[in-house]
Design a protein around this ligand. Structure first.
Ligand code: ATP
Length: 220
């Protein structure tokens, strides 16, 4: 989609994940982030998991359906299923570079990750290219260090940190923003385990997604 000149300074945000399944630990912090930073839309990007990595339990179509159900009544969110259509492994940096080409060089773009993902970002394919394409918005997540694992990584973080969210719209890419979002102790792993043990997941993910999981017999 070409950049809309009217929206050319509005920060566009993408949120990648396996979403196996999507849960309130994804949705609630991003809703809070949207208020904090002034995002009018967040695009969810369900991952195509490369064959050499542990595979999700739900297939691509099921993960997409769960995302669609979870955001059905929430105009903040939209979904982009491009990675799921690819047969080759898709890396986040490749997808973001494609999005950057589509939207133009000047549009402020952001990619949202949780604190746990920030701590392991240096293991991502071409991770150092990420800030050349977008900003990173980091969601707080309970149980993960605030400090990076090495002095070099901590220095890299500090070099790019920005405390004032307004600055994110002033540049197309290159900043890291640590959001002050609510801490939700929810993971897809815990949901899959609870379901396996027959324990209720009521407060952890939307009803519509729970119903779909039950209907499909997922995570038993
Ligand atoms: P799993 O338990 O299977 O590893 P997950 O719950 O971490 O899954 P993913 O789909 O892998 O979910 O996460 C997508 C993104 O959402 C990641 O950047 C992750 O850091 C972030 N995220 C997931 N859960 C939370 C949470 N409770 N709080 C903040 N960020 C989260």
């Amino acid at each position: 989609m070409p950049a809309n000149p009217k929206n050319s300074h509005i920060l566009q945000a993408f949120f990648g994940g396996t979403f196996d399944p999507i849960h309130y630990g994804h949705l609630r912090p991003v809703e809070a982030l949207a208020k904090e930073v002034g995002l009018s839309q967040v695009t969810l990007l369900p991952n195509h998991v490369p064959p050499h990595r542990p595979q999700p339990i739900a297939n691509a179509q099921q993960r997409l359906k769960m995302v669609t159900l979870a955001i059905a009544d929430n105009p903040l969110f939209t979904v982009d299923d491009r990675e799921l259509h690819r047969t080759a492994p898709s890396y986040t940096i490749d997808t973001l570079e494609t999005i950057r080409k589509e939207r133009g060089e000047t549009l402020p773009l952001a990619f949202i990750i949780g604190q746990d993902s920030l701590l392991t970002l240096h293991k991502w394919h071409r991770w150092q290219a990420l800030l050349g394409v977008c900003h990173l918005l980091v969601l707080a997540r309970p149980g993960y260090n605030a400090q990076m694992d090495t002095p070099e990584l901590q220095q890299w973080l500090e070099q790019h940190l920005v405390a004032d969210a307004d600055q994110l719209s002033q540049r197309p890419n290159g900043y890291i923003y640590l959001a002050d979002t609510p801490l939700l102790e929810i993971s897809a792993t815990e949901i899959r385990q609870r379901r396996h043990q027959g324990i209720s997941c009521d407060d952890l993910l939307p009803r519509s997604v729970q119903r779909y999981i039950a209907l499909q017999g997922l995570y038993r």
